[in-house]
Design a protein around this ligand. Structure first.
Ligand code: AMP
Ligand code: ZN
Length: 138
């Protein structure tokens, strides 16, 4: 299923042409228009899924294989020392385009650490409450 007004559906299916690193029956991998580093890429499924919670299981099983393939090619071809996989779900998590995508962000020696957060603290009681809130739903 594609969504008529979705920019990533159009990019993934070649309706809007763009530089592609990779394509198969399920995905197209494009370069991000506002790269966090040289080579920043986006893995886009050709079908429309809003986010990871909606993603077809079979598609989800394939996405990490594609990410590894792209990351290895970036290390060889661009000389990055590593790469981050980033996948935002929901506005609160920073998702701005509501079509599932996985960022592959090359990281270069001496470059800034781009995926960071402030480490917090958690009590034993809070840990217990979290486990009790989540596990019955799995
Ligand atoms: P997210 O914040 O995870 O939803 O990321 C959306 C990403 O899509 C951002 O990094 C944007 O720079 C990128 N983006 C948005 N529109 C385009 C486009 N037309 N072509 C390529 N990348 C895009
Ligand atoms: Zn879409």
């Amino acid at each position: 299923m594609v969504k008529d007004d979705c920019i990533f559906c159009k990019l993934a299916n070649g309706v809007i042409p763009t530089a592609s690193l990779y394509e198969d029956d399920t995905f197209r991998v494009i370069l991000d228009a506002n790269p966090a580093s040289k080579g920043h890429a986006l893995i886009l499924p050709k079908h429309h899924y809003q986010d990871l919670c909606e993603l077809d299981e079979a598609v989800g099983e394939k996405v990490l294989k594609v990410a590894a393939k792209i990351g290895k090619a970036m290390k060889e071809g661009l000389g990055c020392a590593g790469f981050n996989l980033v996948q935002n779900n929901g506005e609160a998590a920073g998702q701005t385009v509501m079509h599932f995508h996985m960022h592959v962000i090359p990281r270069y020696e001496g470059g800034s650490k781009m995926v960071t957060w402030e480490s917090g603290k958690v009590s034993a009681e809070e840990t217990e409450r979290i486990v009790e809130a989540v596990t019955p739903r799995l």
